[in-house]
Design a protein around this ligand. Structure first.
Ligand code: Q46
Ligand code: ZN
Ligand code: ZN
Length: 306
């Protein structure tokens, strides 16, 4: 297989784009594609300070690498969840540290959940009376920490490494159940509905997981290969498998499913009036919440501490 641009040996054949590229041209193509996505959805500009949520995985480190290569002011945030199974948290932090040490200007901060708040994410899940699942505790904590850090550090937005496969798997899940509220909120950009709630952007939404993995490999980015131990058996992985079968049968179908969803919404497809929630300041931490007194994050801690 030959590179379409120069005729040298291709390192990747992207059937979804009918495009094969050599190493050099693939490493040029990825940032160009990400830049087009940033521009298309007006995610941020060169003067904006961006907080990149990094986990040590290929997508978030790949995103950070691309943003730095494109000249953006992209700083990392690693949230140490305290997952001890397979030394997951220590290992993934190690990948982030090595990544940053190898690159000039790659600054990042770590928020250690246990050191900051008193318990790790799995510990909170275990202590919680109502036996909440680790992932739901984790999501709640991550959202709170990201909003806090973005607000205190005056970042224009939080960028996450969600790729096309992630988004399409969620889209399919939500479509099968016609989850109107979730469908209404699924977008490459989530605007800030309050100054203390960060704007969220996903610059990799047009990239297939296969492409982000190839990028990390060709760029020599060392990343944690294993999934978080709590992700094992997640329904999203099941949908990803299904969608891979569809993609193998008809290349490009994931991208067209996602883009036609966004287009349909732009053309008027509506999920009902989701309304604008009334927000109040949490009486404990001050972050905006729809609840009359404490936010879900603080209620969780009150429950655990009781
Ligand atoms: S990190 Fe956290 Fe995920 Fe691990 S505990 Fe679940 S939510 S699976 S993105
Ligand atoms: Zn080439
Ligand atoms: Zn609160």
């Amino acid at each position: 297989m030959k590179c379409r641009k120069c005729g040298h040996t291709a390192v990747i054949n992207m059937r979804e784009h009918k495009l094969a590229l050599c190493e050099e041209h693939f490493l040029e193509w990825i940032p160009e594609r990400v830049q087009r996505t940033i521009h298309k959805y007006q995610m941020f500009g060169p003067d904006d300070k961006i907080l990149v949520a990094v986990s040590g995985g290929k997508d978030s480190l790949g995103l950070w690498d691309v943003l730095l290569r494109l000249g953006y002011q992209a700083e990392g945030l690693y949230i140490k969840l305290g997952i001890e199974e397979g030394a997951y948290s220590d290992e993934s932090l190690g990948y982030v540290e090595r990544f940053a040490a190898e690159r000039e200007g790659a600054h990042f901060q770590v928020v250690d959940v246990k050191a900051t708040y008193g318990m790790s994410v799995p510990e909170i899940a275990r202590a919680k009376h109502r036996g909440r699942k680790v992932c739901s505790v984790c999501g709640l904590i991550k959202r709170h920490v990201m909003n806090r850090v973005a607000y205190e550090g005056e970042y224009a937005c939080i960028a996450t490494g969600h790729n096309l496969d992630d988004e399409v798997a969620v889209l399919m899940q939500n479509t099968l159940r016609w989850q109107m509220g979730y469908l209404a909120r699924q977008a490459p950009v989530l605007p800030a509905i309050h100054p203390k709630l960060a704007r969220k952007v996903k610059p990799l939404v047009h990239l297939y997981e296969r492409e982000t993995a190839a990028y990390a490999l060709v760029r020599g980015i060392d990343y944690i290969y294993d999934e978080c131990p709590y992700a094992v058996g997640a329904t999203t992985l099941f949908y990803k498998d299904l969608l891979n079968q569809l993609e193998a049968h008809s290349p490009g179908s994931k991208l067209s499913f996602y883009l036609s969803f966004l287009r349909a919404r732009k053309q008027g497809l509506s999920f009902g009036d989701q309304g604008r929630p009334e927000l109040h300041d949490c009486t404990r931490c001050g972050q905006p919440t729809t609840a009359p007194d404490m936010c879900a994050f603080c209620r969780l801690w009150e429950d655990v501490e009781r």
